[in-house]
Design a protein around this ligand. Structure first.
Ligand SMILES: [Zn+2]
Length: 704
């Protein structure tokens, strides 16, 4: 990494470094108060040792050639900001689509306005035809129902028709879900070109892979239109294959989508509905307007309303066209059906931007009170079939999620007009302004999946990383921010503790691979992708937040969101932004936790108490580095003292000693007292040692 190694102290290498510090009597809030103030279940030590980094220089952290090249060209910056020469393509979609529920046939026509903002001349365009993953002959890592895939009826670029066939032609090259168009004229830098498709496909018979048939008259449509692949400054055409587990990497642009369905079918989609008065019935429209101004959940559409002329305008046998517009989003998805219930409430988004911890709690209170800043709102909706267990709570869960993510953590206001949670499929899946969640009937699971899919608004809908390669960059960051929303809704047990347990259960297994393992490489069934992309990155970010202090970490984390909203960050943009804003070289952390393998295992090796001085020796018996936080209790009670051996000290050797001037006879020393770090063997973290406890409870294996 090209960030300066400002904390390198080469005089201290592989030998024991002894750190001495004097701790003044504590006058500030004690650990319990600090923990309460953080609002996050994590306490920073009240005193910390000076940084004693002795990282060996000359072994720079791995950085991929594509990123080094982008920094050299000035499209990325070593500070983690977009470079002065940063550019990004733009794709604006104008789509007309029609669905026949009886045959499950979807027919569409679209014009994509492609803007080449790159300095490169493009002789080809890469197109994603996601529906081809359902073809019988498709490469994939999932068991799926078979369809014929997508059938292209016509294709034109710049007004010139191109030959289309199911196999390669002189103008198209087909490869699974990808197609390359050989352009009659290349697209020059700064040029815009219209690409026109007419297509159809049969909607898959179930919704097991993020989209499809929910039941015979309910559908969720995603990956449903021909899409231009991303062309970026790192790799050029980003054409990682769509094989199932790995997700998406999309350009940003505006969508203008007209959806034609039978009267009686409601439509909910990305963006704002442009013609509610021509689609919803007057009664439903009035209830929706009332719900948009209500903090209570309003039943906008109930079972008695089903049918043409009641839920919607029109008579049986007629068709209605629903028009949606969305600005600067990376995808478009929608649901349609004739027997969905619809609950709606309103979330307040723009309070004072949240400060995590104590300030964040205040921010959230403000969002609920009258002094709600600008008071901008978004609607929070649940759309579900009668009998969908637990979905009666979902509109409220969605409101709390939007307000917590906006006002508390990450404290970046939700930018869109609505969030709609649609019931169906299996698990959960995220799109801009609309998500698809399965009903489970389990309250904890329902609130977790609601919060998780809504949390994806920030990663990757706003911060548009490449999910096809770096699943952790949205899943891991989202798992981490979702802790706050889960806590706001009373998730039991502690979501942070549960995540730590899931990690500890797997940590050190030979299939527990580095976080930066590309998503498509996970073909082995089991929890490995879930651990690498969701659980471990969240553990790592909690560890780093403790190591840097929440205040420093949160400032850097928010700056990453600000810098890369509606852009395409690489993992190294994240790493560099965190280092740049924190003012610290964190290569040791990324190398150990994100690029490397191993476990965290610290142990109290020795405690020597003499007079008012105590020397504590800590061993690092694992491979990962984290601070060693110590709590020292002395005779006579009072607030315990805190000391920290910084994480960078472990590069000096695996045995570290710290001498603390105590206020009296030392009675006990506890390592990792706040359980901030995922120590795989906590049995040796106390002095004097505790008698062996009963068998530890078994953690539950992680889900996705
Ligand atoms: Zn997710």
């Amino acid at each position: 990494m090209s960030f300066p190694r400002r904390f390198v102290r080469p005089g201290c290498l592989r030998h024991l470094c002894s750190l001495t510090l004097a701790l003044a009597p504590l006058t500030g809030p004690g650990p319990a108060a600090a923990q309460r103030e953080s609002g996050a279940g994590e306490a920073a030590p009240s005193s910390v040792a000076a940084d004693s980094s002795c990282r060996i220089s000359g072994t720079p952290m791995y950085v991929p050639a594509s990123y080094l090249g982008a920094v050299a060209r000035g499209t990325r910056d070593a500070s983690g900001e977009p470079g002065r020469g940063y550019w990004q393509q733009r794709t604006d979609y104008h789509i007309e689509v029609e669905i026949d529920p009886a045959t499950r046939l979807l027919t569409g026509r679209e014009t994509i306005r492609y803007a080449n903002n790159s300095p490169d001349t493009l002789p080809i365009l890469a197109v994603r035809l996601y529906q081809n993953i359902f073809r019988e002959d498709a490469k994939r890592l999932e068991v799926l129902p078979a369809t014929e895939g997508i059938l292209l009826d016509s294709l034109a670029v710049g007004g010139e028709a191109l030959e289309v066939s199911d196999s390669d032609s002189s103008q198209t090259i087909r490869d699974g879900t990808l197609m390359a168009l050989r352009l009659p004229q290349p697209i020059l830098p700064g040029e815009t070109r219209d690409v026109r498709f007419v297509w159809r496909f049969t909607i898959p018979p179930d919704a097991s892979l993020r989209m499809g048939t929910v039941d015979s008259t309910s559908f969720f449509l995603a990956q449903w239109y021909p899409q231009i692949a991303v062309y970026d400054d790192l790799e050029g055409w980003a054409v990682g294959e769509y094989l199932g587990p790995g997700e998406f990497y999309n350009e940003y642009g505006d969508f203008d989508v007209s959806i034609t369905v039978p009267a009686g079918f409601g439509v909910w989609g990305t963006g704002a509905l442009q013609n509610p008065e021509a689609t919803w019935s007057q009664e439903v429209g009035e209830r929706a307007r009332k719900a948009a101004a209500s903090r209570e959940v309003v039943h906008v559409l109930e079972e008695d309303d089903f049918g043409p002329g009641k839920a919607t305008r029109g008579r049986r046998g007629e068709r209605l066209t629903w028009r949606f517009r969305a600005e600067n989003v990376r995808d478009f998805a929608f649901a349609t059906g004739d027997h969905y219930l619809w609950d709606m409430t309103s979330a307040v988004l723009d309070s004072t931007p949240g400060v995590a911890g104590g300030g964040g709690e205040g921010g959230r209170r403000e969002a609920h009170g009258r002094k709600a800043g600008a008071g901008r709102t978004a609607t929070a909706s649940a759309v579900y079939r009668p009998g969908a267990e637990g979905f009666g709570d979902v509109a409220e869960f969605a409101r709390i999620s939007l307000e917590t993510f906006s006002g508390t953590y990450p404290g970046v206001p939700y930018p869109y007009p609505h969030m709609t949670v649609v019931e169906g499929g299996s698990g959960g899946m995220e799109y801009p302004m609309i998500v698809l969640d399965a009903a489970t009937g389990d309250r904890n699971r329902t609130l977790e999946v609601t919060a998780h899919e809504i949390g994806h608004t920030w990663f990757p809908m706003l911060v548009g990383s490449n999910e096809t390669v770096h699943g952790w960059q949205d899943e891991g960051l989202n798992t981490f921010i979702t802790f706050w929303a889960q806590e706001a809704m009373g998730y039991e047990p502690s979501p942070r503790g549960e995540n730590l347990m899931q990690y500890a259960f797997i940590a050190g297994h030979e299939l527990e691979v580095p976080i930066l393992t590309p998503a498509n490489m996970f073909s082995i069934t089991g929890p490995w992708y879930g651990i690498a992309a969701y659980v471990k990155p969240a553990v790592a970010l909690m560890t780093l937040r403790s190591a840097l202090t929440p205040e420093v970490f949160d400032r850097a984390f928010r700056e990453y969101v600000r810098r890369w909203t509606n852009r395409h960050p690489s993992p190294w943009d994240f790493f560099n932004t965190m280092e740049h804003v924190a003012g610290r070289d964190l290569d040791w952390f990324w190398e150990d936790w994100f690029l490397g393998r191993g476990v965290l295992d610290q142990a109290l090796a020795d405690v020597q108490s003499e007079g008012d001085s105590v020397e504590v020796v800590v061993l690092n018996e694992g491979q990962l580095a984290a601070p060693a936080d110590l709590e020292i209790r002395t005779a006579g009670g009072g607030e315990p003292m805190r000391a920290r051996i910084p994480a960078t000290a472990w590069s000096c050797g695996s045995r570290q000693a710290i001498t603390v001037h105590a206020r009296g006879k030392v009675e006990s020393v506890t390592l990792n007292p706040d359980l901030s770090y995922p120590d795989v063997d906590p049995s040796d973290n106390r002095w004097p040692a505790e008698s062996p406890a009963g068998e530890a409870p078994q953690p539950t294996p992680p889900g996705n």
